[in-house]
Design a protein around this ligand. Sequence first.
Ligand code: AMP
Ligand code: MG
Length: 354
Amino acid sequence: MENSSRRVAIKIAVTVVLLAGVYFFVAEKIRRPIEIDGGYREVMGTLARIVVVAKHERQARRCIETGFGELVRIDKMMSDYKPDSELSKVNREAFANPVKVSPELFEILQKSVEFSRLSNGAFDVTVGPLVDLWHKAGEANVVPDENTLAAAKARVGFEKLILDANERTVQFAVKGMRLDLGGIAKGYAVDKAVGAMRREGAIGGMVCASGDIRCFGKPADKDTWRVGLQNPVAANQPASNGAIGAEQVLMVLKVNDMAVSTSGDYRRFVAIGRKRYSHIIDTSTATGASKLSSDTILAANAVDTDALSTAVNVMGAQKGLALVESLAGVEAILITAGPEYQVVKSSGADTYLQ
Ligand code: AMP
Ligand code: MG
């Protein structure tokens, strides 16, 4: 008698435990994911923002910290402002002898050269001496003379960058060369942040570092992420007749699992006298790129969109669009220089517009 009542009690206990297990399993499965906006933080000399979708708040918060952590880590490695960055060491030593670098720095340099070849030199991470020269010219408020420009130009050119994949070393062929990863490192860092957040369990999210954004998964309560494309005219000066209007957000892109990068001269430029020079340099003329007011590139990952947006900004509408059309899975929305400010789109760009 005692035995049988004990058996019943055990059966009840087992059933309760099983039911509780099933309940928690189902509850976990049907629980709506939570979306948390991690807000803006200052990283890489700009503002970065991370939004994450995860199963629960604790995980979402962990993903946000992981994502920002990656942005900071890559900045420490690739900043040309920080004297103790790995890039600064390369800039100091790579003419004297080959410098062994980390796999990540080597990877971004290989990518950079790939995009230099693809864009016929429009994208060029050896642009450092010209960036420096124009920065100083802005401070002195004097346009550099031909000789100074030519001297800086002689120290620029991706074909003078020697990468040895076996030794994983970097060397400069010409004295005074300087790498500047400003046109690609933010996109690379954004990709790294997305990867780390996914490994931490994020099911969706958006990482944004200034003009470079990558989205993955879906927002918690919508089907697509929405990325506003800023109007360079509104940020600049009133549009002339027939040009785009003056509203702040020109278009809204709807994207999932995509990166979007915008390059332009409307926020960062060098002013000398009454003239503005873009911070993006056309290395063929050694001066600021002037063909486009802004250009936005869409592709699968941010390192590609970042490099391509800088390249296309130099190339202009015709050549830039031809490059974009030649690449699978890449779209572009360009705004030509003023006073025309015409919008030019690649053949598949409308898919992402409202
Ligand atoms: P982005 O905003 O991505 O177009 O990058 C602009 C930054 O890239 C500049 O501030 C420079 O640091 C760097 N840069 C300028 N000109 C070039 C160029 N022709 N190729 C690659 N990077 C460049
Ligand atoms: Mg770029």
